[in-house]
Design a protein around this ligand. Structure first.
Ligand SMILES: Nc1ncnc2c1ncn2[C@@H]1O[C@H](COP(=O)(O)OP(=O)(O)OP(=O)(O)O)[C@@H](O)[C@H]1O
Ligand SMILES: [Mg+2]
Length: 441
């Protein structure tokens, strides 16, 4: 029996539509956390694991099995599962039953959890020696307020099954679970239910906001945060008010999740060019690469058509965001409009590119005297980056994982917008004052 305190390691697991990433934090020394470097078979390591599985010749594999080949790639696992519950995510849900989508996700996540255990064992070499050492896994759910309970239950049940299917020997995973092990853990009422004790879920927006709250760059004011991922695009508008003695107040004004994330571009291209592989279509979108001759002209024409559609959807979501937040900013319409002009925005997610996304976000400010200021999210100092990584570029990929690496109790502002009571708007005198950053006061 070890005389040290048990380890309690929290894994913030960002199960993204295209990539999965993770940050771990050991609560015994809470002041630091680490991006997980996943070890793949054959010696390669990755921070970003593609969220897909491979089904070929009666076998199933994950990106951890680098030897697994074949053309049976199942992409967009998360949105496929969501598509059985949320009509907005239907486009991803092309085939297969909910049961199958669930098993696919449980299988993929079980390998990811194994990968996290392996990283933990390297970082804290005596992890598992104490019988009470534990790894907790937090995920976020990709959904607005509608359908929340259903989606939350489904994702949590699937994650818990994945967690329980990872068998441990002395705190270390014995082997990657097979597809049958992961899916039977889902469906067997007598299966090990450890997962239910150690897994939790948060809203994605709150996880992102945690990165803002811990960022040295935060200032008093109104902000719009936009997360452009593979599946969803999340817009939130909130007011951040520092108070005396380091206290602060965060007021959500409005938030929206729409399924116009970056992989919608690939998928709508696939509808127009069904014979092309989704990987090529993604490369076309990301770097205008691939295809030749007439086929290339055709593909590029479709690409601009699809980007235009997305531009309009994002612009409409921005319109709703500004419209719906106005009355919550101030009962006086003129003051609200004036205040909105001071809004700053920041973005997270890899899909946020100038066109269609940034231009759609800025569209509404064209008639304003000056363009809204974009703020950079400075990485919090508790993330211990391995030498050689460039944190400024990378941090926007890790904001969700970072937010999830806290215990739920400590996840400040971890609420859905509809759980936040609308605070009384600020009194009119407040608006008469020029806006000052708290740094200057
Ligand atoms: N240079 C680029 N240009 C355009 N899109 C890009 C570029 N690089 C990456 N992307 C897109 O960004 C998306 C991945 O972003 P990210 O990792 O933030 O998403 P995710 O977390 O997997 O998705 P979600 O948060 O919606 O579940 C992919 O759809 C990818 O094609
Ligand atoms: Mg994401």
């Amino acid at each position: 029996m070890s005389s040290r305190l048990p380890y309690e390691v929290i894994a913030g697991l960002d199960f993204g539509t295209t990539f999965t990433k993770c940050i771990v934090r050991n609560l015994v020394n809470e002041a630091e956390c680490f991006p997980v470097l996943f070890e793949l078979k054959g010696g390669r390591s990755e921070y970003f694991v593609p969220s897909l599985i491979i089904k070929s010749q009666g076998r199933a594999g994950t990106p951890f099995d680098t030897e697994m080949r074949g053309d049976g790639y199942v992409h967009f696992l998360k949105m496929r599962l969501l598509g059985h519950m949320d009509p907005a995510a239907k486009p991803w849900n092309k085939s297969g039953s909910q049961e199958e989508a669930r098993s696919d996700v449980a299988f993929f996540l079980s390998h990811v959890i194994c990968g996290i255990y392996k990283f933990v064992a390297k970082k804290w070499t005596d992890f598992g020696i104490h019988p009470d050492d534990v790894l907790r896994v937090n995920i976020c759910i990709p959904v607005g307020d509608a359908n929340r309970a259903n989606v939350e239950n489904e994702f949590l049940a699937t994650l818990s099954a994945a967690y329980s299917s990872v068998k441990l020997i002395g705190g270390k995973p014995a082997a990657f679970p097979t597809y049958a092990e992961a899916s039977s853990s889902l469906n067997d009422p007598k299966a090990d239910k450890r997962g239910w004790d150690f897994c939790a879920s948060y809203p994605e927006t709150s996880s992102n906001l945690q990165a803002f709250l811990k960022s040295p760059a935060r200032r008093q004011g109104l902000y719009i945060m936009i997360d452009v991922g593979g599946g969803t695009l999340d817009v939130s508008i909130f007011r951040y008010t520092p108070m005396l003695q380091g206290d602060w107040k965060l007021t959500y004004l409005y938030s929206e999740v729409i399924c116009s994330g970056s992989s919608q571009i690939d998928m709508r291209l696939k509808e127009r060019i069904p014979e092309a592989d989704i990987t090529y279509l993604r490369a076309l979108k990301e770097s205008r690469a691939g295809f030749s001759g007439d086929q290339r002209q055709r593909a590029l024409a479709f690409l601009s058509e699809v980007e235009r559609e997305i531009y309009i959807e994002v612009a409409q979501a921005m319109g709703r965001t500004l419209e719906n937040s106005r009355s919550r900013i101030s009962p006086d319409a003129a003051l609200a409009v004036k205040d909105l002009r001071s809004v700053r925005f920041f973005f997270v997610g890899k899909g946020f590119v100038k066109y269609p996304y940034e231009e759609a976000v800025r569209f509404f400010h064209k008639t304003w005297p000056e363009s809204p200021q974009q703020v950079a999210l400075v990485p919090p100092s508790d993330i211990k980056w391995p030498i050689g990584l460039v944190p400024a570029n990378l941090f926007v990929r890790f904001t969700v994982a970072y937010g999830l690496s806290f215990l739920r109790e400590n996840l400040e502002g971890c609420k859905f917008p509809d759980q936040v009571k609308w605070q009384k708007p600020f009194p009119p005198e407040w608006y008469a004052k020029p806006a000052v950053d708290f740094e200057d006061t």
